[in-house]
Design a protein around this ligand. Structure first.
Ligand code: ZN
Ligand code: FE
Length: 256
């Protein structure tokens, strides 16, 4: 049974704020805290009271609002044990395999290091939704600030193994530039061509391209497709390991 109502809104320059509301237990969590004022305004608009922040990683554009929101609301801050020292106001530390009870809605914690060393994903299997922070973006993935390609590929492999119908909420609206890059890696991918047209239209209309679904990403996101024969051929890397293909795609994006 689905329990969560989800409200996504743009904030800062290209971040998304996301509120999740468990009406049955009258709980509301902010996924990360990019901007306290924007999150307070969104809470007001929905008539919800903040009870939790679920932190994915320590970067300032994901934790900058922690202190102000905690002092305004007394909310409980949940975050990754592996980088707890860098999460302002953290109350509850979680790690791989933990089940965090957001009232009657359970988040399964998946460690997805690579963008940062302690990055985590919150997966709500009953609601078929995962909050992936800066690990996966629509048609992209996070930069490898605190991990290498092999580690990040292990993390992405855990996301890839979720049910394909899972909705993915990501930290940033980077989709259009990701699409332009993706087309250089796999131009013959017709699903990617069609999706790029949709993305252009959505952005021209000022609409978000997120959330996405895992099924869509598996068809079109070059960072999740290292086994694609077309990608392997284009990179001249047939016969190499998936993580090596992933690493080359990431390196090309970084150079681009
Ligand atoms: Zn980040
Ligand atoms: Fe970020």
């Amino acid at each position: 049974m689905s329990k969560l109502e989800i409200h996504q809104f743009p904030c800062l320059s290209d971040n998304y704020g996301v509120l999740i509301h468990n009406a049955q237990d009258n709980l509301t969590a902010s996924i990360d805290a990019p901007d306290a004022a924007a999150i307070m305004a969104a809470l007001d608009a929905k008539g919800w009271s903040l009870t939790h922040i679920l932190t994915t990683h320590h970067h300032h554009d994901h934790t900058g609002g922690n202190a102000a929101l905690k002092s305004a609301t007394g909310c409980t801050i949940v975050g990754p044990a592996a980088e707890a020292a860098r999460i302002p106001g953290i109350d509850v530390q979680v790690g791989e395999g933990d089940a965090y009870a957001f009232g009657s809605a359970t988040a399964k914690v998946i460690e997805t290091p690579g963008h940062t060393a302690g990055h985590i994903t919150y997966w709500f299997p009953e609601d078929k939704v995962a909050f992936v922070g800066d690990t996966v973006f629509a048609l992209g993935c996070g930069r490898l600030f605190e991990g290498d390609a092999k580690l990040m590929w292990q993390s992405l492999s855990k996301i890839v193994a979720l049910p394909p119908e899972t909705a993915l909420y990501c930290g940033h609206e980077y989709t259009l530039s990701n699409a332009e890059f993706a087309l250089t890696v796999e131009p013959e991918n017709e699903a990617l061509q069609a999706r790029t047209e949709e993305i252009r239209q959505l952005r021209a209309d000022g609409q978000p391209t997120l959330p996405t679904t895992l099924a869509r990403e598996l068809e079109t996101n070059p960072f999740l497709r290292p086994s694609s024969p077309a990608i392997r051929k284009r990179l001249a890397m047939e016969g190499r390991e998936d993580w090596e293909i992933f690493g080359e795609v990431r390196a090309r994006k970084d150079r681009g």
